[in-house]
Unconditional design. Structure first.
Length: 466
């Protein structure tokens, strides 16, 4: 008689055989649905450019690279590009890092170690290695050129070059398929931009087939350069056939080229087929969403959109998850429902509140709180971004501010109510957003300036500062 162990063994063998057959035929399990596996994606190597200084985001980039800047409470900017790659079935990724990369490296190490090398999957950080010369990366093309050795070791058919500091959703496998179908040597991701914003982009001039015949880097005066009269801006997303990439980089860098937009693409227009790929948005909203959060004001605007009733960018789409690394925190909570004076109320309205936050008798409205933030009694936080570990003291008032990690706001402090005073201590953006750098130590507010409670409390009944 067949033993129970033999029966179980037989069932397991049948199960894994069926899984193997499903994978061989291109059908893989994804949640509760099946989809055809994109074979072309397995021939793609993604190269993520993550070495930017991010000077316009200073002081948020004082101690970290721009791709490592927190966003939306729990994410980092690089998470959106990496999530797009994973959701596109692209699982061979190089990340080219450079400036102030410690927090970026830690984030990748702790949060993105999800690849299986047995299946030829990987995510690898590549700081400058001086294989070619003794220079650091001096531009986007320079960075990729210095890593041609590593790229060739992978033997990809296509190389997908990505920026690490934009917020958007995109299926890169569709762009790779378009690249192959059009027979292009280089395909450039393109987005429609208003004419009055063309000066912020590399502009693509195309013919009727979408072939790029001219590339203008951040033009000051532009009418239009597409058959329909619109303006196409480069997204900084490129698909190269690998042999073409190696050829043009060797030639371009030898001639002094350092950047794809400024040097390499214009050089290719007469000798190669360079195609524009219109952005296909996976965000599935009425308007396409792609944001370069390159300034403090644009960064604040994009974050504040997330707390609106119907945000332009959807974080809650289970079919296009945004992955990240999160430390272990207890659930967020609010405490106190009135107190002795009826005003000590822990209240959160129209806000994103991460794990580990405690709103203890204070009010938070239209704001984003990263993990471990504590808002103490009688304090008020409006239209602000508070990063991990921020502590807000009693009776403090904060509005239109970005407060970086581990800043302690003393009791009674006011931020965002007197910009002239704020400029003496902090950075203030063009649109009046106050930014307090990571770990800043603020001077306590004089006792005489503190609000006076209407009802006195005896010493032995005084509540702790929570």
């Amino acid at each position: 008689m067949e033993t129970l162990q033999n029966k179980l063994s037989s069932l397991c063998k049948k199960f894994f055989l069926n899984v193997h057959k499903a994978n061989r035929t291109g059908l893989v399990r994804l949640g509760k649905t099946y989809k055809e596996e994109n074979v072309k994606a397995k021939e793609v190597l993604a190269v993520v450019l993550a070495g930017g200084v991010g000077t316009r985001l200073y002081p948020l980039t004082r101690d970290r690279a721009k791709p490592a800047v927190p966003f939306g409470g729990i994410y980092r900017l690089i998470d959106f590009t990496l999530s797009n790659a994973i959701n596109s079935d692209i699982r061979k990724i190089f990340i080219l890092s450079q400036y102030k990369s410690l927090s970026l490296h830690r984030h990748i190490q702790f949060g993105w170690n999800i690849f299986n090398p047995v299946l030829n999957e990987f995510i690898t950080l590549l700081p400058p290695q001086q294989r070619i010369n003794e220079e650091w990366y001096t531009g986007t093309a320079s960075a990729v050129h210095q890593n041609l050795y590593s790229i060739r070791k992978v033997h990809p058919r296509y190389v997908l070059i990505l920026s690490a500091d934009h917020v958007y959703k995109m299926d890169y496998s569709k762009m790779v398929e378009f690249h192959e179908e059009t027979g292009a040597d280089l395909t450039v991701g393109a987005i429609d931009v208003p004419l009055n914003e063309a000066h912020r982009f590399g502009v693509l001039c195309t013919d009727g087939s979408g072939r790029i015949n001219r590339f203008i880097e951040k033009p000051k005066n532009l009418q239009s350069c597409t058959p329909n009269g619109g303006v196409l801006g480069s997204m900084g997303i490129y698909v190269f056939s690998t042999e073409v990439l190696a050829e043009v980089l060797e030639r371009g860098v030898r001639e002094g080229g350092q950047d794809f937009g400024k040097d390499i693409i214009p050089m290719m227009l007469d000798s190669h087929r360079v195609q524009a790929y219109p952005f296909v948005d996976e965000n599935k909203k009425q308007s396409n969403y792609w944001r370069d959060v390159g300034t403090i004001d644009s960064y604040w605007d994009c974050n504040m959109d997330l707390v609106s009733v119907d945000p332009a960018f959807n974080l809650y789409d289970v079919n296009w998850p945004i992955r990240t690394y999160q430390e272990q925190y207890p659930p967020a909570k609010t405490v106190f429902a009135g107190g002795d004076d009826g005003k000590r109320i822990g209240l959160v309205l129209d806000s994103l509140v991460s794990n580990g936050c405690i709103i203890s008798g204070g009010r938070v409205q239209h704001s984003i709180l990263s993990p471990g933030v504590k808002v103490n009694s009688y304090s008020e936080v409006y239209d602000s971004i508070l990063m991990s570990g921020v502590q807000v003291g009693r009776h403090a008032r904060i509005r239109r501010a970005i407060i970086d990690k581990r800043v302690i706001i003393p009791p009674g402090t006011e931020i965002g109510y007197d910009l002239e005073e704020d400029r003496k201590r902090f950075s203030v953006s063009e649109n009046g957003i106050v930014v307090i750098p990571k770990g800043t130590i603020l001077s306590p507010v004089p006792v005489m300036a503190m609000p006076i409670k209407q009802k006195s409390v005896s010493a032995h009944k005084a509540a702790p500062l929570v």
